[in-house]
Write a protein that binds this ligand. Structure first.
Ligand code: GLP
Length: 260
């Protein structure tokens, strides 16, 4: 596990975008696992800039989103399909046929979720999974007590998640209580995982994820089981970590040895 405390959210976005673009240069048919929320927006802006200003092509890339609300139409401003269109896909040349979201309707949702898992396998697995983290430690919509072996499925959103996201809904507007999400087992199958976390509100979740015990009560702690995870944090999100000096020294040594 690598923990990188950045000077700013811009520095974190620069580093993550750089890694994705380097991986894309090596593998033009990269398979990306994508997240929504405010946290990855800086990375998405940089990917769009690379495409527009330097002609970097995403034409052969395949994407799988982590999660989606059940009960919102694809064009609802709060749906994750809408979010991804507005914040990433509108500015890239990804083939719409290669863009995937977890299923949210149909007669047999469990079968559709199993088909989503199969589509990920058929694509050769996720090369890089981008993650944010909820203030309750969720990844995707794997709420506390999610099985660490879970696969794509329907989840009921936790009270904390509902209250964190209530600000996005107008007074009286119905807020979805259900979502489909890749499972923790699905996420752990990715070859590489990058989690970004910004802001004080996430400091406890980051502390539990990085330095706490592996527990379904803090779902992001399951990332400790993965061999290639990097946490990119701003100072506020890193503020409750007890080994910050050590993570800084590790980083200094990496840079000295020629990392980026
Ligand atoms: C939602 C998403 C998560 C995301 C989290 C944090 O709950 N399902 O995937 O990581 O929000 O959002 P933000 O980045 O806006 O803090």
């Amino acid at each position: 596990m690598r923990v990188i405390e950045c000077q700013s959210t811009d520095e974190a976005a620069d580093l993550v975008a750089h890694e994705i673009l380097a991986a894309l240069a090596d593998k033009p048919d990269l398979v990306l696992g994508l997240a929504t929320g405010s946290t990855p927006i800086g990375v998405y802006e940089r990917l769009i800039a690379a495409h527009r200003e330097r002609g970097v092509s995403f034409a052969r890339v395949t994407t799988f989103n982590l999660d989606e609300y059940v009960g919102l139409a694809a064009d609802h401003p709060q749906s994750y399909r809408h979010f991804m269109r507005e914040n990433l896909f509108h500015g890239l040349d990804v083939d719409p046929a290669n863009i995937h979201f977890p299923p949210v309707d149909g007669d047999d949702l469990p079968a559709a979720c199993a088909a989503y898992e199969q589509a990920i396998r058929d694509a050769g697995g996720i090369d890089i999974q981008i993650l944010g983290i909820g203030s309750n430690g969720h990844i995707g919509f794997n709420e506390p007590t999610s099985s660490l072996a879970s696969r794509t499925r329907l989840k009921t959103l936790a009270d904390k998640t509902l209250s964190d996201n209530a600000r996005f809904y107008a007074e009286g507007e119905e807020q979805p209580q259900l979502a489909t999400t890749m499972g923790i087992g699905t996420i752990l199958d990715a070859k590489r995982i990058i989690l970004q976390s910004f802001g004080h509100k996430k400091a406890q979740a980051v502390r539990e994820a990085v330095e706490g015990a592996v527990s379904s009560f803090w779902p992001a702690s399951a990332l400790q089981m993965h061999p290639s995870v990097t946490f990119y944090l701003d100072r506020d999100s890193a503020s409750r970590l007890t080994m910050r000096d050590y993570y800084r020294r590790v980083r200094e040594n990496e840079l000295r040895l020629g990392g980026h």
